[in-house]
Design a protein around this ligand. Structure first.
Ligand code: SF4
Length: 430
């Protein structure tokens, strides 16, 4: 474990550039005109092994590279850039590429609910018991992930953003929908907001006295990208943030911190481990989730190590996702069959407390679909995927196994054909 003795008040210039060849620097600059790019000194100084940056999981997680664009798109943007076309024309080229990257997977716009006939543009309500809230001040992150499915949120030119500040409308909506028990603050990263800003939202939620609301969640990658937010020795605001968590717990709401870790390397230093400890001391629980990403974490050993480390640090493995079809997904995606095999191997050899994870799961337009098994059907000699919805727009459709044709190359749900349930399909492989 690395010891962090960092002075956040005295930032140095980011020095990573000196490690990179000129050509690589140019490629990063060019690709980042299309895909959002943001990093910070903590990431570059403590999480990346610069001696081996090209294969380093956190470098790939945080720095765009040319293979993240299709070659013809890369060449198109490069030509426009090198030939210094007028800015307006350049933006037109860039936006065309962005729109070809499926910026709105799983039809997220259809999840925007209405309050008294007015759309709540910073809320999504897909599953019966939970609403997602996108506070305006939380629609960026401490650093950006190259695979992020929310990347259009960070690209101002795409008219595809969810955000709002009017928490009163959100609490009215929750009151009118009694079956809503949870609110998830999401983004971007809500932990980019100051504790004072978050407190204003939280105070309003408590003031609204919502008896049906049991749980407040924060979806965040701050433990990877800025653990100082929870370390009073490093940040003036950290104590306020931890006090806010205590206020939520003492106020009778369950607080769940939904932490996003893609690789064990993100948890291997004293800053993140102390931050985890401090958050847990407030009475909050930390649940962990991440997608499987080619070039970053597509190995059963990495997942097993990740769950083992998370349990050791007192966190609860929650979801292993399958990368959504958006942005540079062809660079990161892994075939479903391969993911299932990897998951099986990882979970078999994980300790019992790591088995809390639900996996592997796709967030498709109707809900979260889990691959339960690969099944051999002796009647026709073929293989099938057995799946179920663990979450669905219609709760009646959850936890009912169904079968899809097996395709060893498929990387997403809608590339598969559903088949009739066949009682002969009983031999679960693996
Ligand atoms: S921290 Fe989360 S929202 Fe922000 S870029 Fe990474 S995956 Fe996307």
């Amino acid at each position: 474990m690395k010891m962090i003795t960092y002075n956040t008040k005295n930032f140095r210039q980011i020095e990573y550039l000196k490690f990179l060849p000129e050509e690589t620097r140019k490629e990063i600059e060019l690709v980042s005109r299309v895909l959002p790019f943001k990093t910070n000194n903590y990431v570059t100084d403590y999480l990346i092994d610069w001696e081996n940056y090209a294969n380093d999981p956190v470098f790939i997680l945080n720095f765009p590279n040319r293979e993240m664009l299709r070659e013809d798109d890369y060449q198109r943007v490069k030509w426009a850039w090198e030939n210094r076309v007028p800015e307006k024309e350049f933006q037109r080229v860039v936006n065309k590429v962005r729109l070809s990257l499926n910026p709105h997977p799983a039809n997220q716009q259809s999840n925007v609910p209405k309050l008294n006939g007015k759309p709540l543009n910073g809320v999504q309500h897909k599953y019966r018991d939970i609403v997602l809230f996108f506070p305006s001040q939380g629609q960026t992150c401490h650093a950006h992930c190259t695979f992020c499915f929310r990347w259009p949120q960070f690209v101002k030119d795409l008219d595809l953003q969810f955000q709002m500040r009017e928490i009163d409308e959100v609490t009215d909506y929750i009151r009118q929908n009694e079956h809503v028990h949870e609110i998830l603050f999401t983004g971007g990263d809500p932990m980019i907001m100051s504790p004072a800003t978050i407190k204003k939202y939280i105070d309003q939620i408590f003031k609204a006295k919502l008896d049906n609301l049991d749980t407040i969640r924060f979806g965040t990658k701050s433990l990877t990208y800025w653990p100082f937010a929870f370390l009073p020795d490093f940040s003036d605001e950290a104590e306020d943030m931890l006090n806010l968590f205590r206020q939520i717990v003492d106020g009778g709401k369950h607080l769940s911190f939904m932490a996003h870790f893609n690789h064990p390397q993100e948890m291997d230093n004293s800053a993140v481990q102390e931050a985890i400890y401090n958050i847990r001391q407030t009475g909050a629980e930390i649940r962990t989730q991440a997608p499987v990403l080619r070039n970053i974490n597509n190995s059963s050993k990495i997942w097993r190590d990740m769950w083992t480390q998370q349990v050791k640090l007192g966190m609860i493995p929650y979801y292993m996702f399958i990368e959504r079809e958006t942005g540079p997904y062809y660079y990161f995606s892994v075939p479903l069959a391969e993911i299932y095999e990897m998951y099986q191997h990882a979970i078999k050899y994980s300790g019992s407390l790591g088995k809390t994870v639900t996996a592997p799961v796709m967030s498709a337009s109707q809900g979260k679909v889990q691959i339960m098994a690969v099944v051999d059907n002796p009647a026709d000699g073929k293989k099938y995927f057995m799946m179920q919805y663990v979450r669905n727009r219609n709760v009646e459709n959850t936890y009912k196994p169904f079968f899809m044709e097996y395709d060893e190359k498929a990387t997403w749900f809608d590339q598969l054909k559903e088949v009739e349930m066949n009682p002969v399909m009983a031999n679960v492989s693996g």
